[in-house]
Design a protein around this ligand. Structure first.
Ligand code: SF4
Ligand code: SF4
Length: 407
């Protein structure tokens, strides 16, 4: 899909709701006064903002249930009724906490998404056993959305060996799963294989304006879109990396859109992709929730000009890191080992800024083993192609050493 496809073609008004049609006429945005914008998915209206339950409000080592209750009530009152949890979120406490706060609402009034932890599966029977455990923890009879969690190069074999899809399909036939999907952190090659495994209802991908070109998010998005698989978005703000922009990147945003916050900008970018049905934000307090809901109550898809500014900010972020790689990919044209040099450098730059375990993990989970820095044979062919004159093999060694030290 071309970014200019975001152009709004028409605005229709039906009763209290306005329907905005983006470049693809089948993906309408439904707007209702005082409610977050929604998109159609099968027979549901899905809020474009989903509550990602991996960074819940905490009180020491416990979930702050009073704050979570306030957040849930505020979300429900504003039509943001999509909740996304997982087995290991908040050290296993997320499912229990969200189950408790949702108990006071009618089951048909909220949409609950959960995920099957591939790493816990030793046999097919484990799939059902853990599913039942999750239903109990969440206090529900069924999940609306359910995913094979975190398919990547390290988990894909296990996911296939335990016949996860076959067992989950049985649960779907039994009415315990309404829509079956997967969340993904691997390479496009693995994604192409996984999408062939089943007639998936949806896919959860890491989509944001920085990963779009740097870490093959665009390619992943196209793979699922070509099969008409709707997308739920995780990490739209790249683990907070797109909230805390560098001075130069922030200046670019403010020079063009002084009233837009970094969070608004990143969330709107992700939701403007017209195959996206919800953008998950891991909110930790009521203040964040109010801000995000306000963004989606007044949601308008990004204009081509805004998309251009996002591209420019992404370039600034890429170029301002410790390694001044512009992601031109010229080096990759000659590398005999297929090292993903620009992606390695972009991930490293993010890690240098945040020093977060999240960005360290991203390196190990996003790239395939053959693309990583330690596979460089120091032939030096890439150096000749680099317009920035970067000493690529030396930098790759430096990156590798730092990652190994931090791991
Ligand atoms: S030096 Fe390393 S990264 Fe550069 S072309 Fe050779 S193998 Fe590829
Ligand atoms: S050629 Fe140089 S600037 Fe271009 S992607 Fe490779 S390392 Fe980065």
């Amino acid at each position: 899909m071309k970014r200019r496809d975001f152009i709004i073609n028409s605005v229709l008004t039906l009763g209290g709701s306005a329907i905005l049609t983006t470049g693809c006429s089948d993906k309408k945005i439904i707007k209702t006064q005082g409610q977050v914008a929604k998109r159609k998915f099968k027979n549901l209206d899905i809020p474009l903002l989903g509550f990602g339950c991996m960074r819940l409000p905490m009180d020491g080592s416990k979930v702050d249930m009073a704050e979570l209750d306030r957040m849930t009530e505020y979300a429900m009152n504003h039509g943001a009724n999509y909740f996304d949890t997982a087995y290991m979120y908040v050290d296993g406490l997320s499912e229990i906490a969200i189950g408790k706060v949702l108990k006071k609402y009618s089951r048909e009034d909220f949409i609950l998404a959960d995920k099957s932890p591939i790493y816990k599966m030793n046999s097919r029977s484990d799939v059902r056993k853990i599913f039942d455990e999750q239903r109990k923890k969440c206090q529900v009879d069924y999940f609306d959305f359910y995913m094979c969690h975190n398919i990547n190069q390290n988990t894909v074999d296990q996911y296939k060996q335990v016949k996860m899809v076959e067992e989950l399909d049985k649960l779907k036939q039994e009415g315990k799963i309404k829509y079956l999907g997967f969340s993904f952190h691997g390479t496009p090659e693995i994604l192409k294989d996984v999408v062939d495994d089943y007639k998936w209802d949806f896919a959860q991908l890491q989509i944001n304006y920085l990963d779009w070109d740097v870490v093959n998010a665009h390619e992943q998005y196209n793979i699922v879109q070509n099969l008409n698989i709707p997308v739920t978005v995780m990490e739209p703000l790249r683990g907070g990396g797109l909230v805390n922009l560098s001075e130069k990147a922030m200046a670019k945003l403010k020079e063009n859109y002084p009233d837009e916050t970094t969070a608004q900008f990143g969330l709107r970018w992700a939701a403007s992709q017209n195959n996206v049905i919800t953008v998950l934000s891991g909110m930790s307090n009521l203040k964040q929730m109010k801000e995000n809901i306000a963004t989606f109550e007044n949601f308008t898809p990004m204009s081509p000009e805004e998309i251009k500014v996002a591209d420019e900010i992404a370039k600034i972020i890429q170029s301002q890191g410790e390694i001044n790689c512009t992601a031109c990919k010229y080096c990759m044209e000659v590398c005999p080992r297929g090292i993903n040099i620009p992606a390695i450098f972009a991930l490293y730059n993010q890690y240098k800024v945040t020093k977060s375990a999240f960005h360290l993990k991203l390196y190990y989970e996003t790239l395939s083993d053959s693309e990583k820095a330690d596979k460089c044979i120091k032939c030096g062919l890439c150096n000749k192609n680099c317009p920035q004159n970067l000493p690529i093999p030396e930098l790759l060694s430096q990156v590798q050493k730092e990652y190994e030290k931090a791991r």
